[in-house]
Design a protein around this ligand. Structure first.
Ligand code: CP3
Length: 342
């Protein structure tokens, strides 16, 4: 029998949706914290195939999710292109910045990324051999715009100001950076698929800050190009796209990009999404992550409201963004029980 996640992504309406969670392997789990300590730090964990596979499997063993997501990070691609990358404990990522066409020309060609990223492919190979038969394996990468925002600013930013400024100051250099990331992403995701990923997801966490034509040029067009290239190389490979905070631009996003499933953030109303987005195919989402911290009757009510609202079409149950480190693992089990009994 085909895995539940693959059935939903193929457009099947199921009585109970497959369930997984963004950042399901993470700091809210004591076993993750222990393995990260064993690895030394976050990046060493990402590049250690045995330990990265171990943390990927931890939430599967504990909760029995329908999918595992490769443990890695979207910022490994900039690192593979030659950017310096480090994580400041308690603050987040830092990278060397791209502020000119000269910085751009110092980056490596897209073909070189495999040299840095080959341990990630090894993690995928280990997982493909170790996952339970009913659990689907998801590979992922950041979408070019989101990755570019970190490469330009050298860190996360509340409004992506530096990336917008670079785009305004030198649009052709900015577009060339987007192209370089797009090419690297095609190669990276292709290699993940060859290693055993059964689904891939593109995280465009900052898509919501692109407006009008910029949304078409830098959120839609790169996703369309990546998805077309992947489907040419790997016919039938399902793709989940996450243009977070896209609002009205969620409508038609699957058709415009060729994605099999659109992931909804928790600002989107599930009933609205059923009428306007799910009409084009599978949707994923979209419980607010704070319920994993607060729990209680609201968690059950919200999980069941979303499940019922999206029951008329293909749906993958997930959060609207990643689970936070202060979440209570018991609330995850309660969420799964609520969805399966809705
Ligand atoms: O979802 C999963 O369980 C798979 C692994 C995964 C991680 N990051 C592990 C991680 C995935 C899919 C990501 C994606 C990612 N990384 C995104 C897109 C999704 C989103 O959250 O919007 C972004 C923007 C990043 C970049 C990134 N990585 C930031 C901004 C941070 C710091 C913030 C934080 O949560 O600490 C990270 C670190 C990171 N990536 C952690 C994990 C488990 C925490 C690192 C730690 O253990 O200290």
């Amino acid at each position: 029998m085909t895995k539940l996640l693959l059935r939903a992504l193929a457009g099947e309406t199921l009585p109970t949706p497959p369930i997984w969670m963004m950042r399901q392997a993470g700091r809210y789990l004591p076993e993750y914290r222990a393995t990260r300590a064993q690895a030394g730090d976050f990046l060493s964990l990402c590049y250690n195939p045995e330990l990265a596979a171990e943390v990927t499997l931890q939430p599967i063993r504990r909760f029995g999710f329908d999918a595992a997501i490769l443990f890695a990070d979207i910022l490994l691609v900039p690192q593979a292109l030659g950017a310096d990358l480090w994580f400041v404990q308690g603050e987040g990522p830092r990278l060397s910045t791209i502020t000119s066409a000269a910085d751009l020309s110092a980056l490596k060609p897209a073909d070189d990324v495999h040299e840095t990223l080959s341990p990630i492919y090894e993690t995928v190979r280990i997982l493909a051999g170790e996952l339970p038969p009913q659990t689907a394996l998801i590979g992922f990468a950041g979408a070019p715009w989101t990755v570019a925002t970190y490469m330009i600013a050298g860190r996360g930013t509340p409004d992506q100001g530096p990336a917008h400024a670079f785009k305004a100051a030198d649009r052709s250099a900015f577009a060339a950076l987007i192209d370089r990331i797009t090419e690297a992403t095609i190669l990276y995701l292709s290699a993940q698929i060859e290693a055993g990923a059964e689904v891939v997801k593109l995280f465009d966490s900052w898509a919501g800050s692109l407006a009008g034509d910029d949304f078409d040029a830098f959120a839609v067009a790169p996703a369309r190009r990546i998805i077309a290239a992947l489907k040419t190389r790997h016919p039938g490979i399902p793709v989940i796209a996450f243009p977070r905070e896209a609002g009205d631009r969620y409508v038609g996003f699957a058709r415009a990009t060729g994605a099999d499933c659109v992931a909804l953030d928790n600002s989107v109303d599930a009933e609205w999404a059923a009428r306007n987005v799910q009409v084009d195919g599978c949707v994923q989402g979209n419980l607010a992550p704070h319920h994993m911290v607060t729990g209680g009757p609201d968690l059950k009510a919200e999980a069941q409201r979303i499940t019922r609202a999206l029951r008329g079409g293909p749906h993958v149950f997930n959060l609207g963004h990643g689970i936070t480190p202060d979440a209570d693992p018991d609330n995850v089990a309660r969420m799964i029980e609520a969805v399966r009994s809705a």
